[in-house]
Design a protein around this ligand. Structure first.
Ligand SMILES: NC(=O)c1ccc[n+]([C@@H]2O[C@H](COP(=O)([O-])OP(=O)(O)OC[C@H]3O[C@@H](n4cnc5c(N)ncnc54)[C@H](OP(=O)(O)O)[C@@H]3O)[C@@H](O)[C@H]2O)c1
Length: 259
């Protein structure tokens, strides 16, 4: 039997690397995407010990032509049935002082590339009437006050995109999950100019635990998974409150209080 294939962006380290290890154990072959080819090749070697065959695609997803190569891979390789939309960067810069370079990189990677690849995977999976897309959002998707606003905005965008796509994908046999991790011990902190060890330790999750929880949420059929949230009802209530407004958000006349 041929093994299913998963394509992971940001597979060279952190959350993406742990997903690659877990998915290999679940019987997937892998397509590993990130900039650091040496790290991807070392991971591919390691995954081989679990019987997984990996293809390494070095790509800088802030570059349009590199995104196009990965879009093409998602749309042309019919054995890919799982897409982890994970590559992302953050910043510790203060809201109003966020530099132009940081703004452009966050939007290019966390928004433009993530959108193009989610839609490419969506088209391929809908045509095949099967598949799973996991969008790596963040608790800042729903709590932007906690972090740099450009980063939080990019993650709120990805959650909104996931929510918008859910019905169309589900109606066509495709699963989509938005994962909203809290602080997770990976290199992203150092890359953003922060020391994760300075955060209160009770607020920082180990990356293996985060990924295992997210995969459990996927297995449980969750469309939004917040690994840290103790009471799932809190999320259900927030979603219900949001959707309760839906029939009243567009009317011919302004609400009485504005007249
Ligand atoms: N860790 C947390 O606390 C946390 C919390 C909430 C959400 N998240 C989200 O989780 C995702 C993964 O983050 P992480 O914590 O695992 O971070 P990480 O350890 O820094 O890993 C980021 C991954 O993205 C890749 N990447 C970065 N820039 C890239 C580019 N221009 N083109 C292609 N790949 C690129 C990196 O590989 P190369 O450098 O080799 O390209 C790496 O594989 C991100 O979307 C992040 O926003 C993380």
């Amino acid at each position: 039997m041929t093994r299913p294939k998963a394509l992971i962006t940001g597979a060279s380290t952190g959350i993406g690397k742990v997903y690659a290890q877990r998915l290999a154990k679940r019987g997937y072959d892998l397509v590993l995407v990130a900039r650091d080819k040496t790290r991807l090749a070392a991971l591919a070697e390691q995954l081989h010990q679990d019987g997984a065959v990996s293809e390494v695609l070095a790509a800088d997803l802030t570059q349009s032509h590199d995104v196009a190569r990965i879009e093409k891979k998602l749309e042309s390789d019919a054995s890919i049935s799982f897409f982890l939309n994970n590559a992302g960067i953050a910043t510790m810069e203060r809201h109003l002082d966020t530099s132009l370079g940081t703004i452009e990189n966050i939007i290019a990677l966390n928004i433009t590339a993530a959108t193009r690849l989610a839609l490419a995977a969506g088209r391929a999976f809908v045509a095949a009437k099967r598949g799973t897309i996991v969008n790596m959002c963040s608790i800042t998707s729903v709590n932007p006050e906690r972090f740099n606003g450009v980063y939080g905005g990019s993650k709120a965008y990805l959650l909104a995109l996931s929510q918008a796509l859910t019905k169309d994908l589900n109606d066509n046999g495709v699963t989509i999950q938005a994962v909203l991790p809290g602080a997770t011990r990976t290199e992203i902190w150092e890359r953003a100019g922060a020391d994760v060890d300075k955060l209160p330790p009770e607020r920082v999750m180990e990356v293996d635990e985060m990924v295992d929880a997210a995969l459990k949420g996927l297995d449980m059929g969750e469309r939004i998974t917040i690994p840290s949230l103790p009471d799932a009802q809190d999320l259900a209530d927030a979603e219900a409150a949001r959707l309760k407004m839906s029939p009243n958000l567009s009317h011919k006349h302004a609400a009485a209080r504005y007249r």
